[in-house]
Design a protein around this ligand. Structure first.
Ligand SMILES: *Cc1c(COP(=O)(O)O)cnc(C)c1O
Length: 385
């Protein structure tokens, strides 16, 4: 099989428009962060999310870290985090010396289970980080009710969810603070990149200051006539997004609708082609939300050997992967918690190719190969057909 027949799991849709935007930044002479492009991107995001502030940062991990600092999370505090996810939320809680308390997820959506959250709230709990799992928004109405009752914050990890909606509202605007990722495997990308979206402008201002070593924008200071010497007022980090990346993102944000439309068509086609395959459970999107389809994950029947199946598909040039992680079984987070639903999804889920440039033909090839492979790789004998 030639490499050109390969069907990658993900593919970033970056092209001529993004290149032209980068060329403009080169010509402007300001490639670093917090310059004109960064500010324009922040204005674009603030408007899109109807937010109090939007801060462009180097990645979503940095946005989560800044969120913990801006919300005042202290060593010893407990933050309840979704277990079934790229484990960035648990990392963020640990960055500030606090304790991530891992909550199990709903079997049907893979998103944090509000009942599990309710059961874990204790005297040291200060907040909740919900995750829009591979693009599926969590249950924010129930989570916010719990948070209000107990005086907790809610952070939305919308890393994968740009373009999704919940009860008619945009993912990224579903909690007081939301964190976005523009990593190369997400629906809108600048290679690496992220943003913090806040309803409270004070949270945004705090995050912006700490994203730049605790001083204001160097670009702004260079515009002032005279010699004002800025002062460092916080121990900050360098989490700035470059203006090169910001320029790419301005184009990508404008293309979210177009790119998501195609991913949604691919998801719908997989749904048709795989619906009657009893060894697979397909993603179910509750009626009150829409999916951003960062990944398309199917759940394999327990009788299917996932590793053998994945090896087979990859040998045919079809990209696939385990999807995302159960945080509680990662060595660095392993503790007393058990999250059986998350563990089960981590063991049985399979991500199949999903991106905006998949053709109908490729979608059909993936579905056909998967249908054959689930039968080839059954470990326990099935009933005779
Ligand atoms: C990808 C991802 C992140 C990390 O994003 P980066 O921009 O790579 O830091 C965080 N949370 C979730 C849920 C993710 O999927």
């Amino acid at each position: 099989m030639s490499p050109k027949d390969a069907i990658p799991l993900v593919h970033a849709s970056l092209g001529e428009q993004e290149l032209a935007a980068v060329a403009e930044v080169f010509a402007s002479g300001w490639p670093a962060g917090q310059g004109p492009r960064g500010k324009a991107l922040e204005a674009q995001l603030k408007e899109r999310y109807g937010a109090g502030d939007a801060v462009a940062v180097s990645n979503c991990g940095a946005a989560l870290h800044l969120a913990m600092l801006a919300l005042g999370v202290k060593p010893g505090d407990e933050v309840i985090v979704a277990d079934y996810t790229f484990p960035a939320p648990a990392h963020a809680v640990r960055y500030v010396g606090a304790v991530p308390v891992l909550a199990d997820v709903r079997a049907d959506t893979g998103t944090i289970d509000p009942q599990a959250v309710a059961d874990l709230i204790g005297p040291r709990t200060v907040g909740i980080i919900a995750v829009d799992t591979v693009g599926m928004p969590a249950d924010y109405a129930q989570l916010q009710t719990l948070a209000d009752r107990h005086g907790l914050f809610v952070v939305e990890d919308a890393a994968c969810a740009v373009g999704a909606t919940y009860q008619g509202r945009e993912a990224g605007a579903l909690a007081e603070v939301a964190c976005l990722s523009f990593h190369g495997r997400k629906g809108a990308t600048s290679g690496e990149g992220g943003a913090l979206i806040a309803t409270d402008p004070a949270v945004g201002a705090d995050a912006r200051l700490r994203s730049s070593f605790g001083i204001g924008s160097i670009f702004d200071q260079a515009q002032v006539v005279g010699l004002p010497i800025p002062e460092f007022t916080e121990i900050g980090y360098n989490f700035k997004l470059s203006d090169i990346a910001a320029a790419i993102l301005q184009v990508q944000i404008g293309r979210i609708g177009e790119l998501l439309k195609r991913r949604s068509q691919v998801a719908a086609r997989y749904g048709e082609l795989l619906a009657d395959e009893e060894l697979l459970t397909l993603p179910q999107v509750p009626e009150d939300r829409t999916h951003a389809w960062q990944s398309y994950m199917v759940t394999l029947d327990p009788s299917v050997d996932r590793a053998a199946l994945a090896k087979d598909l990859r040998a045919q040039g079809i990209g696939c992967g385990h999807g995302t992680w159960a945080t509680h079984v990662q060595p660095v987070f392993a503790g007393k918690e058990t999250c059986p639903v998350s563990a089960d999804l981590f063991a049985r889920n399979l991500a199949i190719p999903m991106h905006a440039e998949l053709t109908d033909d490729q979608t059909e090839r993936v579905a056909a190969a998967l249908r054959t492979a689930v039968r080839t790789h059954r470990t326990t004998p099935g009933r005779a057909a």
